[in-house]
Design a protein around this ligand. Structure first.
Ligand code: NAP
Length: 525
């Protein structure tokens, strides 16, 4: 759809056209809900996979699982797909879905305000105003690059760009380059650019745990099998899903179970680096799993190169020509690559959303902590749903699995509102509180909280507001249908609706029997 022609009103407005927004469009369409619109600030579908085009960009979760369950792709060339293949996959799924006529690109959501009189969201976009009965944020958690807060950063006179906004027009050949950060992005970039640049300084604040990457090309036979015998591909997918799910107890209950991974990571260091001093510098001093475990066979050999220096002294400032560390050394460079991650614990879109009583969601989160019932809905923000909301992130498995769970739940909610004449739905405060308290209690015993590290999983108060602390199948079960009884509902005649639980609502989180069941399953999984 052309952005100059926005309708005045839609039933469902989805913000963002990455994996999440596209899943929403497909699920709504399948459910017969045609009155929806997806607005996207970028020029295409793909979200983070459209934006992250840095050299070496690839996914750490095998593509058989990091893809929609309803759209298997027999064309994956290898187990861990590179970014161009993932982006091409998302584009192909979007085209095949027949929903692209309801996508508007290069349109930013500037502001969304809940109108209590009309029970609509009044949304101001860069292409004009629109009202919506339901607002779905599928803006993603890794969409807004975070620049480091370093003195003098803006004074640097050379080239600077963030890993997620790679400047392909700037040739790095022979240049003196600095990269700040040693996270998932940096460890993919460094091995790619080290052979090309003149000299590379890698600024490490905290060493990551890095295990080998068991990546390989699929054989011709495998590719033929994926194409002609879909069942085989689904067996691969299931095997990967359950293999990944086995990591959950190590993260959430029994850190000792991560010992084999730690041994693999230490062997990876010994194999990749010969210099004992450098080996010591890259060996983490916190529990494995506390930060995201990274996978690479090329990171350590790249650090071991003669033209690469790992700088661990800590940055004090940036000057017009280089970077100064705590010991007073200034290293001059032509280019600074910022691989310092994203705004994850403050969800930037929250700054643009104002709910009941005129309270901005960002202020609400600042006061109460970033939290949402089932990672999806927030009391005080009627008819607002998140795909990839608070505490839905994963350290071990596919976000697409979580996205599909939420897209199904939201689609069910949208249908429920329509069939029951409900104009406003928000989680009951006590239900949201019970959900959040339970989640945070579970969080305390996880390696992310007790593993002795700082990470982007934690907010300024040390609360983990990003990760899901349980099995992913539990998340799917909890979101298997819209649990209307957990919501304050207003009918179109302004009458509060007393909803009757349906048979499918028995998986509701506030049903203690179910929580116990899920615990049992997680313990045995
Ligand atoms: P990240 O994991 O948040 O890493 C940021 C890095 O920058 C960390 O090493 C951090 O150090 C460092 N840093 C931040 N501020 C700094 C400062 N002021 N001075 C020095 N160092 C600083 O970011 P990312 O690598 O972009 O990855 C973000 C997330 O994106 C990943 O966790 C993952 O979920 C996703 N991702 C996935 C893939 C994949 O699947 N292969 C690839 C890329 C990204 P500290 O550790 O000390 O904070």
């Amino acid at each position: 759809m052309d952005s100059t022609n926005l309708p005045e009103h839609v039933r469902v407005l989805v913000v963002g056209a990455g994996f999440g927004g596209l899943a929403m469009a497909i699920k709504l369409d399948e459910a017969g809900e045609r009155d929806f619109l997806v607005i996207e600030r970028g020029p295409d579908v793909g979200g983070t996979w459209r934006d992250n085009t840095y050299p070496g960009a690839a996914c750490d979760v095998p593509s058989q699982l990091y893809s929609y369950s309803f759209a298997p792709n027999p064309k994956w060339s290898r187990s861990f797909s590179p970014q161009p293949e993932i982006q091409a996959y998302i584009q192909e799924v979007a085209e095949r879905s027949g929903t692209l006529d309801r996508f508007v690109f290069e349109t930013n959501m500037d502001e969304a305000v809940w109108d209590e009189e009309s029970h609509h969201w009044r949304v101001r976009t860069s292409a004009g105003e629109i009202t919506a009965e339901v607002l779905v944020s599928a803006a993603g958690a890794l969409s807004d690059p975070k620049a480091p807060d370093i003195e003098g950063f803006d004074s640097f006179e050379g080239e600077v760009f963030h890993s997620a906004r790679w400047n392909h027009d700037h040739d790095l050949a022979g240049k003196r380059v600095a990269i700040i950060g040693t996270g998932a992005s940096s460890i993919q970039i460094v091995p790619e650019i080290a052979p090309v640049v003149g000299h590379l300084d890698v600024y490490q604040r905290t060493a990551p745990w890095v295990i080998p990457r068991n990546d390989r090309d699929y054989t011709r036979l495998e590719k033929l099998a994926f194409k002609h015998v879909p069942k085989i591909q689904s067996v691969y997918r299931r095997a990967i899903y359950w293999g990944r799910e086995m990591y959950v107890p190590a993260f959430t209950r029994q850190p000792k179970l991560a010992l084999p991974a730690k041994k693999m990571a230490l062997a990876n260091i010994r194999k990749g680096i010969s210099d004992p001093e450098l080996r010591a510098k890259v060996t983490p001093d916190y529990q494995i799993g506390c930060k995201r475990i990274l996978i690479s066979n090329t990171w350590y050999p790249a650090l071991d190169r003669d033209n690469v220096e790992l700088v661990t002294g800590g940055i004090t400032k940036v000057t017009p020509s280089g970077i100064v560390t705590k010991d007073g050394t200034e290293r001059d460079v032509d280019v600074i690559i910022v691989a310092t991650g994203f705004h994850t614990t403050d969800l930037p879109i929250a700054g643009q959303i104002t709910g009941r009583g005129g309270v901005r969601l960002a202020d609400h989160f600042a006061e109460h902590g970033m939290q949402a019932y089932k990672g999806t809905t927030v009391n005080g923000y009627p008819n607002l749903f998140f795909v990839v909301g608070p505490n839905t992130g994963l350290g071990h498995s596919s976000m697409v699995f979580m996205i599909e769970s939420q897209a199904d739940y939201i689609t069910d909610a949208v249908s429920h509102l329509k069939t029951h004449g409900v104009v406003s739905a928000e989680p009951k405060p006590e239900i949201q509180k019970a959900f959040t308290d339970d989640l945070q209690k579970r969080m305390q015993r996880t390696v992310w909280s007790a593993g002795g590290c700082a990470s982007w999983y934690l907010d300024d108060h040390g609360r983990n507001v990003t990760l899901w602390p349980r099995a992913t199948f539990t998340f799917r079960r909890l979101l298997s249908s819209f649990d209307a009884e957990s919501y304050e509902l207003v009918a179109n005649d302004d009458v509060r609706v007393q909803s009757v639980p349906r048979a499918t609502d028995i998986t509701s989180n506030d049903n203690p029997a179910n929580v116990a069941d899920h615990d049992k399953e997680e313990a045995t999984a």
